[in-house]
Design a protein around this ligand. Sequence first.
Ligand code: MG
Length: 261
Amino acid sequence: MSMKKTPEEIAKLRACGALLSKTLREVRAQCVAGASTEALDALARKRFAEAGGTPSFLGYLIGDDVPPFPGALCVSINEEVVHGLPIPNRTIKDGDIVGLDIGVWLDGVCTDMATTVIVGEVDQQTRQLVADTRASLEVALGQVKAGNWVHDIGAAVEDFLLPKKYGIVKDLVGHGVGHAVHEEPQVPNYREPRAPKIRLETGMVLALEPMVNLGTWRVRLKRDGWTVVTADGSRSAHFEVTVAVTDTGYELLTPWPDVKE
Ligand code: MG
């Protein structure tokens, strides 16, 4: 299927992204010390069901030997990079940073987004990590425009983050989205000389998602088969938006959940 979406599909993606962003905004407000990860997931599922949407991560399969993903929401705490599980007995604590990653299908299209929440008091280094990761997504967005290259995005993010001595996760990357949860093109957050050279075109829809570690860029998979953690146990942050490429820049299909409307 083409990487480009029609104006009709973009209109559907706009509605889908609005539902997703509204839901994440609400989940984010409930992400406080003492909250259960399972309850955050239940809230997201409820809002999707009320709107006629279907969670895109729930039941997602990555291999025969890994159980399907158990929720609508990934909850990744501290050294967890992405794909943390929203399950009973996992509770948010004061001093945590919590990645909330969520996706939904609505009217035949899907969108994807994530934010990282600081819960209570954290040290300055952690606070800066979260701020710089969010800023790196804005840097990525600054490269989105018809005529630019996909690799302009990774180059800009790398140039922003590496002087600050962060580890940029390489095992997971941004991606096309809309007709499927993960589509071409892959959008690395770093320079990848082996990546195909793809030009951005009006109508392409991308999920941009820098994943940034305080220590090494290296990650490993936990025994649950899902949770990706930093190899050195350092903390990690993650922000993601879905955007449509336009002639002059981009349209944000998933409004920032941490910016007041
Ligand atoms: Mg994604």
